[in-house]
Design a protein around this ligand. Sequence first.
Ligand code: NIG
Ligand code: FE
Length: 425
Amino acid sequence: MKKVDLIIDNCKELLTLKGANRARTGSEMNDLGIITNAAIAVSDGKIIDYGKESEILAKYDFNEHIDADNNIVMPGFVDPHTHPVFYSTRENEFEMRITGKNYVEISQSGGGIRCSINSVRQAGEEELFQLAQQRIKKLIPCGTTTIEAKSGYGLSTESELKMLRVIKRLNESLPLDIVPTFMGAHEFPVEFKDDHEGYIKLLIDEMLPYVAQAELAEYFDIFTEEHVYNIDESRRLMQAARANGFKLRMHADEIKPIGGAELAAEMKAVSADHLGACSDAGIKAMQKQGVIATLLPGTIFSLGMKSYARARDMIDAGVAVALATDYNPGSCNCDSMQFIITLACLQMKMTVAEAITAATINAAAALERADIIGSLEIGKQADIIILDMPSYKFLPYHFGSNNVTRVIKKGKTIWSDLSSRIIFH
Ligand code: NIG
Ligand code: FE
């Protein structure tokens, strides 16, 4: 009998998400590849085999054994859009929104992203690192095993590099994987508020080449919106980013339909995110070009808006939809992909299976990592979570507390809380 490092057995439902190593579209998003009464074998941090428990236990001996206790086992969540490096929190803006101010008004009156920029510029690198480390640690019990993390609260060469160095250290020191994105075009910093061309020139001539040379980011991201970067400015910056070797992602059509999704398709961005106001033409263009629509319903919820992205129209048109928290200090201070799945189902009418696909394999594809994470298949990273639930359909239904009881990253348990488990009948 072959010996493996780890066997997880007694899985009532194993959601393998098996299929092609790419984003799933249309009816594929409803197929979770479920095996009942299953087990999974892991060695060297990778999945060796999986199947019916009786078959796996007959084939393998093991060093470590985890009894899933007749619970639900699935890939760890991938969160492909976060802004986790910041100094101060902005709960005052949450209350301003409740009392009638909107996101754009708050940002134009000195709050919003610019407020985070002031404090990040002043903060020491070590202090920023410690704060972000504590904050990101809270994502792990929620079942997240990989995140994307953006800079974008520095908006000067020096402060953006400081943020990106922090992200690199976070990736090295935390057990989850962190994919770095340079977001020097998150806003216009206050010293350039009346000189947009001046800041665009700084980005093109200095920041993009410096960040590229430092090899601190894989992607370039931009906030394309009426009150920030318009379509022409965004196109120029994305072209410059591409020329410096960055791959592209976008904050597109969040509030107004200004053609952000169309530009994402034109520029062959990997992902267009938000899309609350995306037009029919934008949906068509993303489908044609294979741009992944990363939807952030937590942001719409936290901003108290009603304009959830048209996930149904997107899925029905063949666009690959992913989900993310948008974790940040302003518009969405949410740790939990589980809550995002609840919102996706309730507010965007995604089926439970579609939302789970969007939070795993499609989110991995939005980070171009569908070949290593996002599903439980032989050879892939053993990023696995166990959830205290009677069926996968329980996930969005039971919200407001944590369904996850164990988080396994590359075959090692990095978090568990077995004390609060309920026995389901
Ligand atoms: O994705 N939309 C722009 N950026 C962030 C907000 C960041 C902030 O408010 O600090 C977002 O929602
Ligand atoms: Fe964002």
